[in-house]
Design a protein around this ligand. Structure first.
Ligand code: PSU
Ligand code: MN
Length: 301
């Protein structure tokens, strides 16, 4: 049922480094036509670190781990490409649907294919106003029961970051800052929250991964929170102002469910003159490169 690209299958089988990449950021998180260029650029960044990229999506009901050029083009440009979280996978498979995978669906499929390292932008989490909407991304629950290392710039700053960190603690998901004792804020280098653990090298991350396997019977993820370089972050004052307006617009226009995250990301791009897009891309690029280096350290075991 799972279609694993030959290059990915060979690398996994031989214990060579592989990095999983998600496709929701391409289909629903970035504007066309930039999204396709970014998708190709991210794959190249993984290769530059000596690892094999495995972008994940569902096409015509078939989950793919590793996409060729035409498949990547479909994800970026096809109208009606759905957004698939973990719970949508059986429905998409059975009905022959095509969709981009979120962190939760990507992590599940990557783990199924034997890929241990996954790089993305920012995780989903607990949305602001959770007491009314109960909107918490499926990313969190899935990471609580999947043995994968996710390199990200923290969780998206559109979320309730302290509440998300609390949920990750409750769910037993390990979190470490990479080269920082501050939890990154996606578009911002610092979310304002601390992290309890700091790791400094890919080798240290790989050692934690080995300790997870040695210690724990239940499967849970490791989150490596890697900040966007301060020089490339979004201006914090602009971020605060535009986000406040975006959250108000979201409420006024009755946007809910799966549409909330793409709506807010797009609102930020349009109302920061594209600056949020550049910060988002800088964060993803850094994560993908670090993912490649962690996968290489993991492969040395
Ligand atoms: N990171 C980005 N852009 C994105 C996302 C993450 O830089 O578009 C996506 C991820 O796929 C994540 C999803 O899983 O947003 C979360 O959506 P929701 O809040 O509806 O669970
Ligand atoms: Mn949601």
């Amino acid at each position: 049922m799972l279609s694993v690209a030959d290059e990915v299958r060979d690398a996994v089988g031989a214990g060579r480094p592989v990095v999983a990449l998600e496709s929701t950021i391409i289909a629903h998180g970035l504007p066309r036509p930039r999204n396709l260029r970014v998708a190709a650029e991210l794959e190249q960044a993984v290769r530059d670190e000596g690892a094999v990229p495995a972008t994940i999506a569902v096409l015509d009901g078939r989950p793919h781990v590793g996409l060729d050029k035409q498949q990547l083009e479909r994800v970026a440009n096809e109208d009606g490409i759905r957004k698939l979280s973990r719970r949508d996978l059986p429905l998409a498979v059975a009905t022959g649907a095509s969709g981009a995978t979120t962190v939760s669906a990507t992590a599940l499929l990557a783990a199924r294919a034997g890929v241990r390292v996954f790089a993305t932008g920012g995780l989903g989490g607990v949305h602001r106003g959770w007491t009314q909407t109960q909107d918490e991304s499926a990313d969190l629950g899935l990471l609580a029961r999947t043995r994968i290392t996710v390199v990200c710039a923290g969780v998206k700053s559109i979320l309730d970051v302290p509440a998300t960190l609390q949920r990750l603690e409750t769910l037993g998901v390990s979190v470490a800052g990479f080269g920082t004792d501050r939890f990154p804020g996606f578009y911002l280098a610092d979310s304002g929250e601390p992290v309890d653990w700091t790791l400094g090298t890919p080798g240290e991350v790989a050692a934690v991964m080995r300790a997870q396997d040695a210690l724990e019977a239940d499967e849970s993820a490791l989150i490596v929170a890697n900040p966007v370089p301060e020089a490339e972050q979004l201006d914090p004052a602009l971020h605060a102002r535009v986000l406040e307006n975006g959250l108000r617009a979201c409420g006024e226009q009755g946007v809910s469910g799966q549409a909330v995250t793409p709506f807010l990301l797009d609102y930020l791009v349009r109302h920061t003159g594209g600056a949020s897009l550049e910060a988002n891309l800088a964060a993803v690029r850094g994560n993908v490169r670090l993912g490649g280096r962690i996968a290489a350290a993991w492969a040395e075991r």
